[in-house]
Ligand binder design. Structure first.
Ligand code: MRU
Length: 359
């Protein structure tokens, strides 16, 4: 199955000191890879959704902070003629760089989760040489990337155990290969199913306003040979009424302790429709997306984005009156009561949710 994923969504070019990403704002028309060197470039790429999707953002941040560490160490070495390594100064500057990257997008917990893991490595490096620090951070960033791939495969196996051949599946936004390092979360069972001859038919919501469903999910699934149909977001209930949907699979950016989940705007609407038609609604997430420090969905920070994404993006000309006030939250919260199950690499969880025994 690996062959189907014929490029890396997020990678490191260490010799060039660059984070390498496929520019997701250009897909599906142009396949362009970006080499990002500075912290500002990396911050912008995350903010502008050139790299996006909760797990992919986490991996990008891990490589990004590794590059920051390399640069800080090289500056400190230069300042001290290569003799001393001021660990305290390094550690302070590392923390500042980490806070900066963490400020690029607020909702996906995977960003802060990955940066925290990198920070934990630094806290164990006192007394190490600069080269040792760099090599430990590089190893951790690659471990985060590999963990994502392994996790998604396990999520896919768990999700597939709930499905039968020839089912119609609906998904919203892109929780696919492009949102992760491989397989995706919500799409992992679709890819595994295709490999095993399940013959799923996958329906993709286009996902206004940034069209991740149309530009990204429809692209990655159809180029893999999965039967794929695209629809506007407001068409999902009619498709459900026609009996075409057997299950809904979505990803998520943060799960609160009570099982409320934040995902791409419009997800809670799909959940409501699925509940109305008695269709199972599954949220797929790595366990790192579960944020036990947040009691419920009300406490999840929701990113608000520029109104021009609604009034101008993708149109040849502006499609709303100048100066109109725009409501443009990037995510919404689906209450645990509307979720049939949360599928992680550690198992399938059903309400009332208790993730405390998970590890
Ligand atoms: O704003 P985006 O495109 O980063 O939003 C992505 C989503 O909402 C995904 O469903 C979520 O991050 C899970 S990705 C496996």
């Amino acid at each position: 199955m690996k062959d189907r994923f014929d490029f890396e969504v997020v990678d490191l070019d260490d010799a060039d000191s660059a984070l390498v990403i496929i520019d997701q704002t250009k897909l599906p028309n142009v396949t362009e890879f970006l080499h990002l060197h500075s912290q500002t470039e990396i911050w912008d790429a995350i903010y502008r959704l050139q790299v996006r999707g909760a797990p992919a953002i986490g991996v990008a941040a891990a490589f990004g902070i590794y590059l920051a560490a390399k640069e800080i160490i090289s500056e400190l070495k230069k300042a001290s003629d290569g003799k001393n390594f001021e660990f305290i100064e390094f550690s302070d500057r590392f923390k500042k760089a980490s806070d900066y990257l963490n400020s690029s997008r607020p909702t996906a917990v995977n960003l802060s989760w990955a940066l925290k893991r990198m920070g934990t490595v630094v806290s164990t490096c006192k007394g190490d040489s600069p080269d040792e620090v760099i090599s430990k951070l590089k190893a951790e960033a690659y471990a985060i990337k590999q963990l994502d791939e392994d996790t998604n495969l396990a999520i896919g196996e768990n999700a597939l155990s709930l499905l039968s051949p020839c089912m119609g599946l609906l998904t919203h936004c892109n929780a696919g290969f492009l949102a992760t390092t491989r397989y995706g979360t919500a799409t992992a069972a679709m890819y595994l199913g295709q490999e095993r001859g399940y013959g799923f038919h996958v329906y993709c919501d286009e996902t206004r306003p940034l069209l991740q469903g149309a530009r990204l999910t429809a692209w990655e699934l159809s180029r893999s040979g999965i039967q794929t149909t695209l629809l506007c977001d407001n068409m999902a209930p009619s498709l459900m009424r026609e009996g075409k949907i057997d299950a809904v699979f979505v990803g998520c950016d943060r799960v609160a302790a009570n099982g409320d989940t934040a995902n791409k705007i419009g997800t809670s609407y799909v959940a409501l429709a699925a509940a109305r038609f008695g269709i199972p609604f599954y949220v797929c997430a790595p366990s790192s997306t579960i944020d036990g420090s947040i009691p419920n969905g009300e406490a999840i920070p929701i990113e608000q984005r520029d109104g021009s994404e609604v009034t101008e993006s993708w149109y040849e000309r502006r499609m709303a009156p100048e100066g109109i006030d725009v409501y443009n939250p990037a995510f919404d919260v689906t209450p645990a009561s509307d979720i049939t199950a949360i599928i992680t690499e550690k198992g399938i969880f059903r309400g009332p949710y208790d993730f405390t025994q998970m590890n």
